[in-house]
Design a protein around this ligand. Structure first.
Ligand code: FAD
Length: 285
């Protein structure tokens, strides 16, 4: 169980991967996972399409992690486009695959969803999905949190009150949205603790290896870019090899500082790039 690893008082190391889009890409995805497994993470999480349409791919990758690699698999699950029956169906597939850890998410509103559909969704928030899974399954449940607040939240205080509901509904640990400024994370942690959130919180780090990736990442996550990282892009953005090295060094520096601050865990958004993950892990061990 992942939650027991936290109580062993070690800093966890975990990775996030995404499932391949096409069937013919699975063989390569398994090679990526084999390579990541060699870095001995405490768990590997697998993303899920917002509307749930690609859930079988998440289950297949999570099953490989759990059963072939014998590493804890954390399957993401979103509920924005799902009713109870959809969630029960994915639950049954995960159970059959011996996957027992789920990251319960609301998910972003898919572009095809009308206002009416969005406003009448069965599970309004991730805390509702967490409560449902907690009462209807024996899954170990994790939740997402946002050091710079979720983009829909009025402010961080109200976002944290909502996060507290997710914890009270049965989450066992949390993983943050990626961030590039550790000071933002430390401020968030202080506020979370004073809101009564005592669960372990893994810090989400994404290595940026190209200027283009930073642009996409910032527009998807809303994370702010500190001057130091912006300067790296300005200096090395046109030189792919130097940019890759500078981006990896930036992530390593962030992680070493987080480890020195005794964070509960480091969760690396690997973007399915095992070589980048390997360079980081060998530098931080
Ligand atoms: P919630 O916790 O429900 O929060 C969403 C908003 O609702 C927030 O503004 C919150 O303050 C508010 N809120 C929450 N509860 C209440 C309440 N009771 N009353 C009023 N307001 C409330 N997306 C995917 O599609 N697939 C993935 O695999 C995926 N993985 C992710 C992994 C991590 C670690 C993170 C941080 C995000 C991930 N996402 C993923 C993105 C996520 O689905 C979106 O950020 C989504 O918009 C919010 O999901 P949530 O679970 O945080 O929602």
């Amino acid at each position: 169980m992942i939650k027991e690893l936290f109580s062993e008082n070690k800093q966890l190391l975990s990775f996030e991967v995404f499932p391949p889009k096409k069937e013919e890409e699975f063989a390569n995805a398994f090679l990526v996972l084999d390579s990541l497994a060699g870095l001995q993470p405490d768990f590997i999480s697998v993303t899920y399409g917002a509307g749930g349409s690609k859930s079988k791919k998440t289950v297949e990758i999570a099953s490989y992690i759990q059963n072939n690699l014998k590493i804890n698999a954390l399957a993401h699950m979103t509920c924005v486009g799902s009713g109870k029956e959809d969630i029960d169906a994915v639950t049954a597939q995960l159970k059959e695959a011996n996957v027992n850890h789920v990251l319960a998410l609301r998910g972003d509103r898919p572009s095809y969803m009308s206002d009416e559909q969005f406003n009448s969704r069965h599970f309004p928030h991730a805390s509702d999905l967490t409560g449902y899974l907690n009462s209807s399954t024996d899954f170990h449940i994790a939740g997402a949190c946002y050091p710079e607040k979720h983009y829909e939240a009025k402010d961080l205080d109200s976002d944290l009150l909502h996060l507290k509901k997710k914890c009270d509904a049965g989450a066992e640990f949390l993983i943050t949205q990626l961030f590039f400024d550790n000071q933002v994370y430390y401020g968030f942690l202080d506020k979370a603790r004073s809101t009564g959130i005592s669960l372990p919180i893994c810090a989400g780090i994404m290595p940026i290896t190209s200027a283009k990736q930073l642009g996409t990442t910032v527009s998807l996550s809303g994370s702010s870019v500190p001057k130091k990282l912006a300067d790296l892009i300005a200096t090395y953005g046109d030189d792919p090899a130097e940019m890759r090295k500078a981006g990896i060094d930036y992530a390593i520096e962030q992680i070493l500082d987080l480890k020195a601050h005794h964070v509960d865990g480091i969760h690396i958004y690997t973007m399915n790039k095992p070589k980048v993950a390997r360079e980081i892990v060998s530098a931080i061990k």
